[in-house]
Design a protein around this ligand. Structure first.
Ligand SMILES: Nc1ncnc2c1ncn2[C@@H]1O[C@H](COP(=O)(O)OP(=O)(O)OP(=O)(O)O)[C@@H](O)[C@H]1O
Length: 472
């Protein structure tokens, strides 16, 4: 029986999980998916270019070593950006530890339907600003007097702005005070699936007990109730039972109740009974404060200078999740390049994110006027060889060293993918490119004259980019 690409990927990934740190697994391999199997190569999609490159350089070989045992034959693994997933970057953590279940010994007997809470989603880790002060105050009030003041509390806003964080903050606070709290925390999809499962199993009585005999109901993404008539009906009764018992309900959505299409009017009106609070995008000062808070929580104040925090806050505006993702990317990039974190490094590492905005938003991101061909020309001239020689298969030392440097500069200045660099230099494979980049980085660590020469070329190219002229 032959396995599907998804099954192959699952087997290999699970093996990798046993040997990689959990955080590394979650950050890099979890948000990937198999795209297809081509000949003997498994193609795996990542959400963005950097994740693809990082996996390619750090994990592809390791994963391939599991194949003979896991699949019974060797295969190669290649990572690429999965077009459908572009724009859905999910780096929902800084250097976050894996979420832990909230369960503690005394609670075990309590009815509990709960996805694990993220231990970092507490009130004291939530930075309050103009865009979220009403929602944060309401959440704190609901945690102080559950079921009494804002019931239900309905928090809405665009993705990645802290709705789930605030909602879980209420649960953390209540659990801290009452460890035996009966908590139900689910996404709307999970509620729907459990409901369908209960109908199929003829276990509606059990389902109702589990969802109604609770102290706190948290439901994420209620916009997904749209168009699901029977689920809405069941949710309506669940809501009423909990509400009438004076227990707290907290809901999140990407839009206010009235704007959820296909939501029954009796649910719309119930969702508006308590408090409907919006979370907006944070302004610049708020973004800086959030980044500083995250940096201090992870003891990164000395690693990430203030000007880098400000640079990121100025340019990454779409969501707090994106802000966090930027820092993760920057940390990984710095570690891959063995370089200290600076604004220049951030500009390189976050090139994709910076480009996602309009150029007028990013006046200090210069238009890319240099190309691979320019880099090849400038390097070839400096080393007294020809650009064609750099692109050829010839492996004399006279050509190998400038070729490696030109590859390195393509990566540094143009942030090209490994495979793009390989193609631009006579169709070399990614491991040759990685080897070349490592060689240059090693030489630069140990040989000041070499470093000076590379930096001189780099300076010339950068000046070409900013002024349109080659610096001397
Ligand atoms: N004000 C804030 N202070 C600190 N961290 C924040 C803040 N707002 C958001 N975050 C962080 O941003 C990330 C995304 O937040 P969260 O998951 O709560 O977003 P969301 O609005 O629920 O998004 P989605 O709708 O996609 O589920 C989390 O890691 C969260 O801790």
């Amino acid at each position: 029986m032959s396995l599907s690409p998804a099954e192959i990927w699952d087997r290999l990934r699970q093996r990798a999980r046993q040997v990689l740190p959990e955080q590394a697994y979650r950050a890099w391999l979890e948000p990937t998916e198999a795209i297809g199997l081509d000949d003997n190569t498994l193609l795996v999609g990542a959400s963005d270019q950097f994740t693809a490159d990082w996996n390619e350089s750090k994990h592809a070989d390791l994963l391939a070593t599991f194949a003979p045992v896991a699949l019974g034959h060797p295969i190669k693994i290649r990572f690429k950006v999965h077009q459908e997933r572009l724009g859905r970057v999910q780096m929902d953590m800084f250097v976050a530890p894996p979420p832990v279940a909230v369960s503690t010994a005394p609670i075990v007997q309590q009815p509990r339907i709960s996805t694990p809470l993220n231990p970092r989603y507490t009130f004291d880790q939530f930075v309050i600003g103009k865009s979220n002060d009403v929602a944060a105050a309401a959440a704190q009030a609901a945690a102080q007097a559950p079921g009494k003041v804002y019931n239900p509390l309905f928090i809405y806003g665009e993705t990645g702005l802290g709705k789930t964080h605030l909602m879980q903050g209420i649960a953390h606070e209540l659990l801290r005070r009452t460890p035996t709290l009966r908590l139900a925390y689910v996404g709307t999809e999970q509620f729907t699936n459990e409901f369908i499962g209960a109908i199929q199993a003829g276990a509606m009585g059990d389902f109702r007990r589990r969802f109604r005999e609770i102290d706190l109901l948290l439901v994420d993404d209620v916009q997904f109730l749209k168009g699901k008539e029977s689920t809405q009906e069941e949710f309506f009764h669940t809501f009423n039972a909990i509400y009438e018992a004076g227990r707290q309900i907290v809901l999140t959505s990407d839009r206010p109740p009235k704007e959820i299409p296909g939501l029954e009017s009796r649910l719309v009106s119930r969702f508006e009974w308590g408090m409907v609070a919006n979370i907006d995008s944070p302004d610049l000062e708020h973004r800086i404060a959030i980044l500083k808070k995250k940096a201090s929580l992870d003891h990164l104040e000395l690693t990430i200078p203030d000007e880098v925090i400000e640079f990121i806050a100025q340019h990454v505006k779409s969501s707090v999740r994106e802000l966090e993702g930027s820092i993760i990317k920057l940390l990984a990039y710095a570690s891959l390049k063995h370089r200290d974190i600076s604004v220049d490094l951030a500009r390189e590492a976050l090139r994709d994110k910076l480009r996602a905005g309009s150029s007028s938003d990013f006046p200090d991101v210069p238009p890319t006027t240099i190309t691979v061909a320019t880099i090849q020309q400038v390097v070839a001239r400096e080393w007294g060889v020809t650009p064609d020689g750099l692109r050829s298969k010839t492996r004399t030392k006279q050509l190998t060293v400038p070729r490696q440097i030109a590859m390195y500069l393509c990566r540094e200045l143009l942030a090209l993918q490994l495979v793009e660099i390989g193609n631009a230099f006579g169709g070399r494979d990614h491991s040759t490119v990685i080897h070349s980049l490592d060689r240059v980085a090693d030489e630069m660590n140990g040989d000041p004259a070499f470093t000076e020469r590379v930096l001189k070329i780099r300076g010339m190219l950068e000046s070409l980019r900013t002024t349109g002229q080659l610096g001397s």
